[in-house]
Design a protein around this ligand. Structure first.
Ligand code: AMP
Length: 547
């Protein structure tokens, strides 16, 4: 039987879900809250609204039209937040350039995305100079600067400097209505091989993601992160998956917001302390850097709630943050998913447990958020049971998943095989609904026919009190197929391989770990290689080991 659809009034009009509707809420509820940049500049919500409109008029004057792509190369700033709104609200596409990729890869992504105009911070001018002759679609540049010098610099023919251009424009801009499925944003994700792949998100997807995230982070006792009186500072780059989408939520809720510019651990901790930041999000390696830096060692983090995602949160690191007073939660998602898929939610019973017992829930990857249909499936496609032991690949459906990879027909069919998005992550689901990511499919270590999770091993090693950071990868082995190899940043120089092997032995004895899982080699290092977004770079570690 077909469903019943009633005819609409002739004059009735569809109301598209557009980013301009999030913008309309900016400052409506808490006009006195401010948006600040590194503690150096501060803007009221009124000013923010005006500046976004001035920016939109600036972009129009520079020739930007609906359907054009505009690239931004900046650290986390109030300017970037203005771009989050002005560019898509004109119907143009915001390309968040991953400025941590190699110059060749950046040029590739900018040509592939067909960028027309580029907004570039002074720090990236040498990079732009290096690649500009290879950029085939760009016809204009706008300079972003933190200095008072508004003269253009270098060999780039800038249209002008951001602040100076904004000053020439009216603070009023009529943003048009258009199809809610129009693309609003794009950015590139790097795989193990081949060129970076472009993902893209529509207005409708970003609005739904924002509304859902506001409920997820604001309405449940088990996850009290973000409300209008929160002081929010992102520590996930704004070029990476919309800084997890939180800036859109923070604007909708009218939060006080601090944008920290380039990430410098001591400055970040000072901003948290001086601006009384109540909520941030970052990857585990950044949290570890914040705790280890000079200011971090001396600073309590009592009113700070931190959402960790992007990689598994080792229990040792979570404990170190808790010891400083921080309230810690985990989330899971990926570039392809906008990103939010799951987040820690502690129910009444779990919240009443002593912190030592809560830790295991806080470091699992949480439960799927509303509107996310997440399952784990065996290689033959059948569903794995939710008993905390059976593992399978996570596949998802949700209203905010990239519908493909830009101009990559084959790869997008693989991503969406069978009508669900394949994450490439292996997980189990516990009876209480908590998802436990075991590994990326490509990072699982297969040793002597056994299957070993590099994440699990990292977690156990991290619990030794003298371990600051750890990464585990599989290395080829003639006899066993693969053997685990660990890289450890010690807190104490005296820490040895034998001590850590002994530490792991206790988990073997208690039945938590197979005896084959103890690495034969544990290397002490000063630093662990990181990816462009600050995660442990296992590809790089494997490459180093193969030389
Ligand atoms: P990216 O697209 O760079 O954001 O990377 C997404 C990948 O990071 C996912 O597919 C997971 O492998 C990993 N990831 C993200 N969040 C978590 C988490 N909470 N625990 C474990 N792995 C995670």
């Amino acid at each position: 039987m077909p469903t019943k659809i009633l005819p609409s009034a002739k004059a009735a009009k569809n109301y598209p879900l557009l980013i301009k509707q999030i913008f309309a809420s900016a400052g409506r509820f808490e006009p006195d809250n401010k948006i600040s940049y590194r503690g150096e500049a501060e803007f009221s919500y009124d000013e923010f609204r005006q500046r976004v409109q001035q920016l939109a008029n600036t972009l129009k004057a520079a020739g930007v039209e609906a359907g054009d792509t505009v690239a931004v190369m900046d650290w986390d700033s109030h300017r970037y937040l203005e771009c989050y709104f002005a560019i898509p609200m004109l119907g143009a596409v915001l390309h968040h350039v991953n400025i941590r990729l190699s110059p060749e890869q950046i040029a590739y992504t900018m040509n592939h995305a067909e960028d027309k105009l580029v907004l570039a911070h002074d720090d990236f001018i040498p990079l732009v100079q290096q690649i500009q002759d290879h950029l085939t679609t760009v016809d204009g540049y706008i300079r972003l600067t933190d200095t008072s010098n508004s003269e253009t610099v270098g060999e780039i023919d800038f249209i002008g400097e951001y602040e100076a251009l904004l000053r020439t424009q009216e603070p009023i801009c009529e943003f048009p209505d258009f199809d809610e499925n129009s693309i609003a944003t794009t950015f590139y994700t790097t795989g193990t091989t081949g060129n970076p792949k472009g993902v893209y998100f529509s207005h409708r997807q970003l609005v739904l993601h924002t509304m859902n995230m506001a409920t997820t982070l604001g309405s449940y006792e088990g996850l009290p992160l973000l409300r209008s009186d929160s002081v929010y500072m992102p520590i996930t780059p704004m070029f990476h998956v919309h800084a997890w989408g939180v800036p859109y939520v923070a604007v909708m809720l009218n939060c006080t917001q601090i944008y920290p510019g380039r990430y410098e651990p001591d400055l970040l901790v000072r901003l948290i302390r001086d601006h009384k930041v109540t909520v941030s999000h970052c990857v585990p390696t950044i949290l570890q850097m914040l705790l280890a830096c000079e200011t971090g060692q001396k600073t309590r983090l009592d009113n700070w709630k931190i959402l960790i995602g992007g990689s598994a949160l080792p229990q040792g690191l979570a404990q170190a943050a808790i010891d400083k007073g921080a309230d810690i939660y985990s989330a899971y998602g990926m570039s392809e998913t906008c990103p939010l898929l799951t987040v820690t939610h502690l129910n009444k019973e779990q919240r009443s447990l002593p912190m030592a017992q809560q830790l295991k829930y806080r470091t699992l990857t949480g439960v799927p958020v509303n509107f996310v249909d997440l399952t784990i499936s065996e290689p033959d496609g059948s569903l794995a049971v939710h008993d905390g032991r059976a593992v399978g690949e996570i596949t998802v459906q949700a209203p905010w998943l990239t519908q493909g990879y830009f101009k990559e027909d084959q790869k997008q069919e693989e991503l969406w095989q069978g009508g669900r998005l394949h994450t490439g992550d292996v997980a189990s689901i516990h009876e209480n609904g908590f998802v436990e990511i075991k590994d990326r499919i490509k990072d699982v270590i297969k040793t002597g026919g056994e299957w070993l999770s590099s994440i699990e091993l990292e977690n156990l090693i991290s619990q030794h009190p003298d371990v600051a950071a750890v990464a585990v990868v599989g290395v080829p082995d003639e006899k066993w197929g693969e053997r685990p190899f660990a890289m450890v940043v010690p807190k104490q120089p005296e820490l040895t391989q034998a001590t850590l092997q002994q530490h792991l032995q206790q988990y073997v004895e208690s039945g938590h770990l197979s005896k084959w899982a103890i690495p034969d080699e544990i290397q002490m290092v000063d630093d662990i290689p990181k990816t462009s977004v600050g995660k442990i770079n296992k590809k790089e570690i494997r490459a180093q080991l193969s030389h």
